[in-house]
Design a protein. Structure first.
Lengths: 208, 687, 123
């Protein structure tokens, strides 16, 4: 567009009947930006982990190869990606306004997420019971906080899903509910992306 | 919890006991008396004039970006005064406590502040000035101006805008409360470890500092999201990217920095919190902690943060200088490019805050070169402002004078910054007052920009100008004081005075320190002029209309003065960069819309205020380790968010007849006007 | 504020949902992670090659998620998400990369262990 439009017969100074901006797009972009800031939180946690992932920071306690189980991590990866697939396929049902389909996707997603969290809780509680909790060493602090922060994101995601299970039958597919469902889809996919990074860095490269 | 905290702890009150109130400290008792008197006077006035309902309906529950912006600025100005008081106490202590024979009063061996109290004063000074004075005032300014500049009716997320405000307020209340209940951090505004770890800071001070910053940082991050989406999605028709005013461009760039950098601060403080609350070993001196990790994470945020503060100041210069030179800004495209170059490079320079921490010459060299690179786009900006002034028809109003003073401070601060970017120089002056003088030049140019912007846009919001004569006296005394204090400080930096000294061991510094103190007295005079300026302006209230400066250029000046709460009666069509200047050149600036149509506005809501207050009790509970209070507050916040999500209120609609009335009689729609209750829309009506 | 749209279900971000894309995203990420595990447990690579291989597989997984799960492209509905992601990625690399480089230098200079070759000023 030219920087200056010369005034002429077609010059308009006002724009009546301006439909304004698209609410749903604004909300999803806003939520996407929040997710980028969340990614920066994980970046900070990865910096801490990268710096503390060394024998000095392990303070004669266990270090990465001794506490990560790569095969179990793969089962967790299946669970979390399956959960993402379930929810995303639920949003395919959204296209036809199929409330039951969306809700089924959400329920399956929650179940698979709980499977993931069961594995993770089992791991972390086992470490705590053996006296290898975050207060044992700097390395373990970093491990616990990175893994637990991801887990906490999943817990909030599940809470959000439960709220949506109430809102879909009661409020229907209003603009607000649809915006929330799309945001939740992005959030859920995002936390799976973070898990892939955790799996690859904490369980593999960092545990060489 | 696994951590061993000093002092008593009870399930009901946590660490809070009657001894937490410092009733034996005369300075704090005196401060409390003054605050109580002022507070009672304000509350008394509100009740006497029966304005409580008005305040709740029109201000506390407001989602209007202009009111939210004004409230941000008011909070920032109050905190600025507190921060100045702290600064005055630092200077006075250093002026008094010189040499082993200097007298000591009020329990101090030298001067009037014992070292532990002095440490809290400079920690509070830094924290408040950066995060609770400058940030809210700049946020408030962008909140008020940007939607108007792009031709929008409000921000993209009005509810979230209010939430950001009240979260920032919660943080500010925590900082102020630390004066009277407990104490504040004594570990500097940076909070270096291991001093901030529990064994070395066993009290609640560091917790106050940590949670105040964490809570207000959430507000800042949400505000960043809001501003970015507003600028991307809500520009008026015809306003393409390169027709946007430069202030909007700098706001976009600033908030990209804010969005990306503040989370890392959150991590640094959260990990410190994990150490203090869960006994983890991120930054402990032992058990595998890494002390430098904190410094690294903090400054990854800390450097972009200073650009978060300075870029809006540059944007303000870019608006005011063209207006009072009666010329368009020189080099618009390079200005925009330079803004983003600064933002981008600022993310790769943070180590220059700790050159002396043994990273080695390779690493230091990289960061040194990157830091110096930032000077290039900054120089581009300075030259663009110079070329805008060149052959312009200059008017030296107070906004213009503040901008020119800011440019001189930028020159001094920027050049000393380039000196500091050289590791060899840095090794000599690190942790000396040379560094303090450098960054005070920078923050005072931000302060100059803030005062310029407030004076410049005040008539747009309130319908009358600030008194020019008192404004001029405020300006001159402030600028003179700045020169006196900080040029003396540069000299003392070269003499070897280090930072954060409660006791001055070298009597030969006395002359310079007393010079600085004289400068502080002049600052007090300037504050007097500031208050007088506000009083006289409010008393006289000479109404102005349209463009009160006569030569304004951008879209926000097309609205009425004072601007009605719906901003534009009909969405404007943008035809040029500097739309108002273009219309004025073609004789079209007085044209009003002929017909009106319904305007959809968001409804007020009390939920952001409630969440803000719950955030305050959450922080208070965590600080004092009152677990039931913290838990209940967190749960209540989550519940409030969930309940709000079920809200079916879709706002209300202003009808054309109402709009026509308000356009004829602007006092019905101004910022202090009381609006009648209007029926909210339901889902069916909204279609 | 603007008036709400006609039917939320017509919005491009609702219409973009696609069963085959989500299944493809799921399967491709699983396959890549399986491959990464295989390399970890069955191959005996030196560290540098190992790290690059795993990082490459991870990068492929991230790209497939971006395109298949998130559906990022340069269409009008998605462009700002794509642009903001691309502009933020360098920040991850800078923060982690520069920090790691700095701490490695620091450790070499300050974490002096017994029987270690003495560091020189030229390090």
């Amino acid at each position: 567009m030219a920087i200056q439009a010369p005034p002429g017969a077609g010059t308009r100074l006002f724009h009546p009947h301006f439909e304004g901006h698209d609410q749903i797009s604004a909300r999803t972009l806003g939520f996407w930006l929040y997710m980028l800031s969340d990614a920066l939180i994980f970046t900070g946690l990865f910096v801490a982990y990268a710096v503390l992932n060394n024998p000095m920071a392990a303070a004669a306690g266990p270090i990465a190869p001794q506490i990560v189980n790569q095969v179990e991590g793969l089962w967790q990866t299946y669970a979390v990606l399956g959960s993402v697939a379930a929810y995303s396929l639920g949003t395919v049902a959204l296209k036809s306004g199929n409330k039951g389909g969306v809700m089924l996707g959400i329920v399956l997603s929650i179940l698979l997420a709980l499977v993931f969290l069961y594995f993770e809780a089992h791991d972390l509680l086992g470490l705590l019971a053996a006296g290898n909790g975050p207060s044992r060493s700097g390395y373990l602090s970093a491990f616990f906080v990175l893994v637990a922060t991801h887990g906490l994101h999943m817990v909030f995601g599940i809470l959000w899903m439960l709220v949506m299970l109430v809102q879909i039958p009661t409020l229907g597919f209003s603009a607000n509910v649809v915006a929330r469902l799309i945001n939740l889809r992005m959030f859920w996919q995002f936390q799976a992306t973070i898990w892939v990074l955790v799996y690859v860095y904490v369980y593999m490269i960092g545990a060489f | 919890m696994q951590v061993a905290i000093q002092g008593p702890w009870s399930p009901l009150f946590g660490r809070l006991t009657l001894d937490s109130i410092p009733y034996t400290n005369p300075i704090l008792v005196g401060t409390f008396a003054v605050v109580a008197v002022i507070g009672l006077a304000v509350v008394g006035a509100v009740l006497y004039y029966n304005k409580l309902g008005y305040l709740w309906r029109e201000w506390i529950t407001s989602v209007d970006h202009k009111k939210i912006g004004v409230m941000y600025i008011i909070i920032g100005l109050v905190m600025l005064l507190r921060g100045f008081a702290d600064g005055l106490m630092i200077r006075t202590q250093q002026a008094m406590a010189i040499g082993p024979n200097s007298p000591g009063v009020l329990g101090a061996q030298h001067g009037f502040l014992p070292p532990f109290h002095f440490d809290q004063v400079y920690s509070a000074h830094g924290t408040i000035m950066i995060l609770f004075a400058a940030t809210p005032i700049l946020t408030g300014l962008t909140n008020v101006v940007v939607p108007l500049q792009i031709g929008a009716r409000d921000m993209a997320f009005p509810y979230m805008n209010a939430l950001s405000l009240w979260l920032t307020t919660a943080g500010a209340i925590l900082v102020m409360l630390s004066l009277f209940v407990g104490d504040f951090s004594a570990a500097g505004w940076v909070g270096l470890v291991p001093l901030t770890e529990l064994p070395f800071s066993p009290g609640v001070g560091v917790d106050y500092w940590m949670w105040a910053i964490q809570i207000s940082s959430i507000g800042t991050t949400l505000n960043a999201i809001n501003m970015i989406v507003t600028i991307i999605k809500m520009r008026a028709p015809g306003m393409s990217w390169f027709r946007m005013p430069v202030f909007t461009w700098t706001t976009l760039s600033t908030n990209i920095i804010g969005l990306t950098a503040f989370p890392v601060l959150g991590v640094a403080l959260a990990l410190l919190g994990a150490d203090r609350y869960f006994g983890s070993h991120f930054f402990t001196a032992g058990n595998g902690g890494n002390l430098m990790l904190y410094t690294n994470l903090f400054w990854i945020w800390g450097h972009p943060e200073v650009y978060f503060l300075v870029l809006p100041a540059f944007g303000i210069f870019s608006e005011i200088i063209p207006t009072f030179s009666e010329k368009p800004l020189f080099g618009y495209t390079t200005m925009v490019a330079a803004t983003f170059a600064i933002a981008g490079i600022s993310w790769a320079v943070w180590l220059h805050h700790f050159f002396t921490m043994a990273a080695g010459p390779d690493v230091n060299g990289f960061f040194s070169v990157a830091t110096m690179l930032v000077g290039i786009p900054t120089g581009v900006k300075v030259f663009n402002w110079m070329f805008t002034l060149y052959r312009g028809r200059l008017t030296f109003t107070t906004p213009m004078l503040w901008c020119l003073a800011g440019l001189f401070l930028l020159l001094l601060g920027g050049l000393t910054g380039m000196m500091l970017a050289i590791p060899a120089v840095n090794y000599s002056v690190h942790d000396s007052v040379f560094v303090i003088a450098h960054f005070h030049c920078m923050v005072l140019l931000i302060g100059a920009a803030m005062f310029a912007a407030v004076a410049y846009w005040f008539p747009k919001v309130f319908g009358f100008k600030l008194d020019e004569r008192n404004g001029l006296m405020f300006f001159w005394t402030f600028v003179l004081a700045t020169g006196i204090v900080f040029i003396a400080m540069f000299a003392l930096g070269f003499e070897g005075q280090t930072r954060r000294l409660a006791y001055i061991f070298d009597p030969s510094w006395k002359a310079m320190l007393w010079t600085e103190e004289a400068g502080m007295m002049l600052y007090l005079v300037s504050i007097g002029y500031f208050v007088r300026m506000l009083y006289v302006s409010l008393r006289d209230r000479v109404p102005v209309a349209g463009d009160p400066w006569g030569s304004a250029r951008t879209l926000e000046w097309l609205t009425h003065t004072p601007v009605p709460f719906y901003n534009f009666a009909v969405t404007p069509q943008v035809n040029a960069r500097d739309e108002l200047a273009w219309r004025r050149d073609h004789g079209l600036d007085k044209v009003q819309p002929e017909a009106f149509e319904p305007i959809h506005m968001p409804s007020n809501t009390g939920i952001p205020f409630i969440i803000g207050m719950l955030a305050f009790t959450f922080g208070f509970g965590l600080i004092w380790r009152i677990w039931w209070l913290a838990g209940f507050s967190l749960l209540a916040i989550i519940l409030a968010v969930i309940i709000r999500s079920f809200d079916k209120n879709l706002g209300y609609e202003l009808q054309p007849e109402e709009i026509a009335d308000m356009e004829r009689n602007l006092s019905l729609a101004g910022i202090v006007a009381e609006q009648p209750a209007r029926t909210p829309l339901t889902e069916a009506e909204a279609h | 504020m603007s008036a709400p749209r006609s039917n939320p279900l017509d919005h491009p971000e609702v219409r973009q949902a696609s069963a085959w894309r989500y299944m493809a995203g799921f399967i491709s990420t699983i396959v890549l992670m399986q491959a990464a595990l295989y390399v970890t447990t069955h191959q005996q690579l030196p560290f540098a090659e190992y790290a690059f291989t795993i990082a490459g597989l991870a990068l492929a997984a991230l790209l497939s998620q971006a395109a298949l799960l998130f559906g990022l492209d340069i269409s009008r509905a998605q462009i700002w998400k794509s642009v903001s992601l691309v502009l933020t990625v360098p920040l991850f690399i800078l923060a982690v990369g520069l920090s790691v480089w700095m701490f490695q230098n620091l450790a070499a200079r300050t974490m002096i262990m017994p029987n270690m070759p003495q560091p020189t000023l030229l390090q």
